[in-house]
Design a protein around this ligand. Structure first.
Ligand code: SF4
Length: 418
């Protein structure tokens, strides 16, 4: 078991758990911003790339979220019940786990400070000549429409998580909330279900295929760690929201054939909508624990996914993003759409030759597969107008507009106010 004593002692300020000043300083040097006493936000690399129209994260590609409108937060940024060896976060700063309701900030404080700090961290992009002004204006004037509760620490340790999710869900501008959990905090998961506070998409991260391996790779704090993760996995199929298992492949550690068979067994009984097979990335603090050679290539990830599918008849390869070294598997009978279309078409917009791909794909997300089928990139150069894109692709802009408009009419109804 992880020697808890080695961890930093708990730190309280005015009865609240709090990140100590010296750690705050180090986190701010890493471009984190501390929200209240114990939460943090950081601008994701992909949010910056999306603002410069140079591409977007695989979650935009796979699920349609707007990477430039993403707020990546951690409500218990320095608290986690695992110590995964592949984690790029400063695990060694992290603390023990028992946190009481009265010891934490209210969700409103975290959300308001997150919105403010995010604006301050991004406003500087306004001066960058490469920035897409259409997206920049959205960032500065609109509420973040995607919340990635996955920055650092285990979010399920935040006792007021149901309130945080519900507050975000009640905001009409919020289109998606993702929570990434290590699956150890089963009591909180139970609360989220009971209080109807599940996120749009629930991620369970597991990168060990059996009890012994889990101890080695995830270095859990809970003694009944294997029972806890299996309990969480057993809930996924019928939990009542979109579910994803994220498997981080570490070359030389969890990529042997026997591991693949064991993972397939775990996933077969858990039956999430999606399985993300992702390469370990030699980044951040993980470089103190692993080697460069532990990082698989994208081709190796594809091979791994294909081997996994040999034992997973109910799944198929749905998509991939080479630059993120990730492959997406989807359950054959899953009835969820890949693209999250919550709050689509609000407010409706007119499509003409000056309309950008960014506007079309983020307002009418159901058009994303259609745009891709016409050879239009929906992650990069999306601030270009239909006219510019048609010119580049040698297509007839009138024909493209016609196709998009009839698709919108068919899928969103005549008055577009559907
Ligand atoms: S969804 Fe995740 S990867 Fe994409 S921009 Fe947000 S934090 Fe980054």
């Amino acid at each position: 078991m992880v020697d808890i004593e080695r961890r930093l002692p708990d730190y309280y300020k005015d009865g609240k758990i709090s990140i100590p000043e010296n750690i705050k300083q180090r986190l701010e040097n890493m471009q984190y911003r501390i929200l209240g006493n114990h939460s943090a936000i950081e601008i994701c690399h992909w949010t910056k790339k999306a603002l410069l129209d140079e591409g977007a994260c695989y979650k935009q590609r796979f699920y349609g979220v707007d990477a430039h409108m993403c707020a990546q937060i951690g409500p218990t940024a320095m608290w986690c019940s695992n110590n995964c060896i592949y984690c790029w976060r400063p695990m060694e700063f992290m603390k023990a786990i028992k946190i009481k309701e009265g010891q934490v900030d209210d969700p409103g404080i975290i959300i308001n400070e997150a919105v403010e700090q995010r604006r301050l961290l991004l406003i500087g992009f306004k001066g960058n000549e490469k920035v897409c002004m259409e997206k920049m204006n959205q960032v500065l004037n609109e509420f973040p429409n995607h919340w990635a509760i996955s920055l650092s620490g285990e979010p399920m340790l935040y006792p007021k998580l149901p309130g945080l999710v519900k507050q975000l869900k009640s905001n009409k501008d919020v289109r998606s909330i993702f929570i990434v959990t290590n699956g150890q905090e089963i009591e909180m998961l139970d609360k989220l279900v009971k209080q109807d506070a599940l996120p749009t998409q629930l991620y369970v991260s597991i990168s060990a295929s059996n009890k012994e391996e889990y101890k080695k790779i995830h270095r859990p704090v809970h003694k009944d760690y294997w029972e806890r993760i299996n309990h969480t996995l057993s809930l996924l199929e019928n939990i009542g929201t979109r579910t994803v298992i994220r498997l981080t492949v570490i070359k030389g550690l969890n990529d042997k054939n026997e591991h693949i068979k064991e993972f397939a067994q775990l996933f077969k009984s858990s039956r999430p909508d999606f399985i993300e097979v992702k390469a370990y990335m030699y980044l951040g603090y993980s470089m103190n624990r692993l080697k460069y050679n532990n990082m698989p290539t994208h081709e190796e990830i594809k091979m791994y996914a294909r081997k996994l599918l040999e034992h997973l008849e109910d799944y198929h390869l749905e998509d991939e993003q080479p630059e993120s070294r990730i492959v997406l598997l989807k359950r054959n009978d899953s009835n969820v759409h890949n693209i999250i279309t919550f709050h689509d078409n609000l407010p409706p917009v007119e499509i003409n030759e000056n309309t950008s791909i960014n506007t079309i794909r983020s307002k009418y997300r159901r058009t994303i597969p259609l745009l891709r089928s016409m050879g239009i990139n929906t992650e990069k150069n999306t601030c270009r107008s239909l006219k510019q894109i048609a010119l580049e692709l040698g297509l007839d802009v009138g024909r493209i507009i016609e196709k998009i408009n009839s698709f919108i009419e068919e899928n969103y109804g005549k008055n577009r106010g559907a």
